[in-house]
Design a protein around this ligand. Structure first.
Ligand SMILES: NC(=O)c1ccc[n+]([C@@H]2O[C@H](COP(=O)([O-])OP(=O)(O)OC[C@H]3O[C@@H](n4cnc5c(N)ncnc54)[C@H](OP(=O)(O)O)[C@@H]3O)[C@@H](O)[C@H]2O)c1
Length: 303
């Protein structure tokens, strides 16, 4: 039987990488990894694992059609934070939708997030959420046979990188945020496992392919819950609430992150139907997802 081709944007990255690995575990799909550089170490590794590799650049719309041609499905993610991004995330997404339509993609899966700007009545400006949400309508109205929205939580992997606790000279660890640790609540998950949701959506388009939103959240926690879990595993972690002014001095996009956390103090991370989005993903992925406690015991051992 000829396998149907699924093209995966961002295949060398966190979200797309998880999608590639989940699809390779199944016999039904031929995975086409889309990258800007087929000769990169990460792309060569994907070829070794059995992917076809195609080159395309979201900043060069003309390259997209050729890379997608002949695919049944597409997992589409954009990287708001990529320094090489010359085009806005909305423009990238819109171009991708057009190229996918031209290439006759049957199932379009868009990695999106809610529009915090609109949901907060303009109070919380968080462009990396809003610019993804603005693409949703392009996806909805393009006329794909199936389309599905997937939503990523706060990655566990952030705790190893940009949100790793800071070591203090006396051996403690510190998280310093402007949010109230008992009020700021958010979903988190192992981002590799977004792939399980995408694979389930492709396998069950009758349950997911009519514009359903599927959200990954193995845990929905307050900062204090995370501190308690890690301290029970031997960490000496403390949470210090800092002022907006202090936090904004930490890094260049701090204000955007502060707005995001302030949204989480009052609202569901995934928006008004957030619990429904999580429940739908959980219903489609029978094996479930790795809990923070288990992930941390493997990846965040106290030093
Ligand atoms: N961190 C979080 O907690 C979190 C939560 C929710 C959503 N997000 C969103 O996740 C997105 C990033 O996804 P990720 O974490 O999977 O990224 P990542 O691990 O940093 O990888 C970025 C991927 O994007 C590809 N890429 C970048 N620019 C491209 C372009 N111009 N054309 C084609 N491909 C391009 C790269 O491919 P090549 O280099 O191989 O071309 C790479 O595979 C961001 O938009 C962010 O807002 C993050």
């Amino acid at each position: 039987m000829t396998k149907r081709v699924i093209s995966v944007l961002g295949a060398t990255g966190a979200q797309g990488g998880g999608v590639v690995r989940a699809l390779l575990k199944q016999d039904d799909w031929q995975v086409r990894a889309v990258t800007r550089n087929a000769g990169s170490k990460a792309a060569l590794k994907l070829a070794e694992l059995g992917c076809d590799v195609a080159e395309a650049d979201l900043n060069a719309p003309a390259t997209l059609f050729e890379a997608l041609q002949g695919s049944y499905g597409l997992f589409a993610v954009t990287n708001f934070w990529d320094r090489a991004t010359r085009m806005g995330e909305f423009e990238q997404g819109r171009n991708l939708v057009r190229a996918a339509k031209e290439a006759d993609i049957e199932h379009f899966i868009w990695s999106t997030l809610p529009d915090y700007q609109a949901l907060s009545g303009g109070k919380c400006t968080v462009p990396h959420f809003t610019s993804k949400a603005r693409v949703d309508n392009e996806v909805k109205t393009a006329g794909f046979r199936h389309h599905t929205f997937v939503e990523a939580p706060f990655y566990f992997q952030n705790f190893l990188t940009i949100h790793a606790p800071r070591k203090t000279p006396d051996g403690r660890e510190l998280w310093r945020y402007p949010a109230d640790k008992d009020k700021c609540r958010f979903p988190c998950g192992d981002i590799n496992e977004l792939g399980k949701i995408v694979a389930a959506a492709l396998n069950q388009p009758e349950k997911s392919g009519d514009g359903q939103h599927l959200a990954l959240a193995s845990d929905y926690v307050y900062w204090q819950d995370l501190v308690d879990i890690l301290n029970a595993q031997g960490h000496r972690l403390e949470y210090e609430r800092v002022s907006a002014e202090v936090y904004d001095s930490f890094f260049s996009s701090a204000k955007e992150f502060r707005n995001m956390m302030s949204f989480w103090e009052e609202n569901h991370y995934f928006g008004p139907r957030g619990d429904e989005k999580i429940a739908l993903a959980n219903a489609l992925v029978a094996e479930g997802f790795t809990r923070f406690e288990d992930w941390a015991s493997l990846h965040m051992r106290p030093s």
